[in-house]
Design a protein around this ligand. Sequence first.
Ligand SMILES: [Ca+2]
Length: 204
Amino acid sequence: MNRLTVFCILVGFAIGARVPALAQHGQALGEPIPVESTVVRLAPVADGNIVDQSPFDGIPDGVLRTHSNVVFLDQGITDMRSVIEFDLVPLADANVTNASLELVLWGKAIPPELSLAPIEIRAFPADGFVRHRDFHRGQFVDVFDALPASFDVPVLIDVTKEVQRGISSSSKILGFILRTNSGAQIDFGSLELGTPPALVVTHE
Ligand SMILES: [Ca+2]
């Protein structure tokens, strides 16, 4: 077998190897092209607690930025709410199909007489800093009972619409505020303690 013959055989193999690929490509013509989905996890750019306590009058008095994310109401004495903010700029051009706020329990103290520990989540256009004025902000998103919540399984809140709206907002920073009307104290992980919250987003 001379060099020319060997070359022709190799070229033949190369052409043969391409035929199935070309046929496969040909079959795809005219069919919808599948769109790949990507899942990303965003960490908060800020989180912390806002407290109305001294005096208890509906006006927030302090911001705590280095605790776990605490949600607590002792009627007439303390109302503590938790703020979590995410920067959506990395999703600016994304077509978001699903988004969940992921919260991981860090602690809970529930008086035995309580049969519910409701945590209400509201969303608002944020600025990347936890501020006193965030205390009363937000549109209702969802409420869940933290009484049966496990320390091992994250709580997932569907925030797809809020993320879609947040992407088209001017600041592109989405804030959530967690509050309660019960006497339970629920602590979630924060940027400083435990497992921090996350925004889990599926987009195309
Ligand atoms: Ca006050």
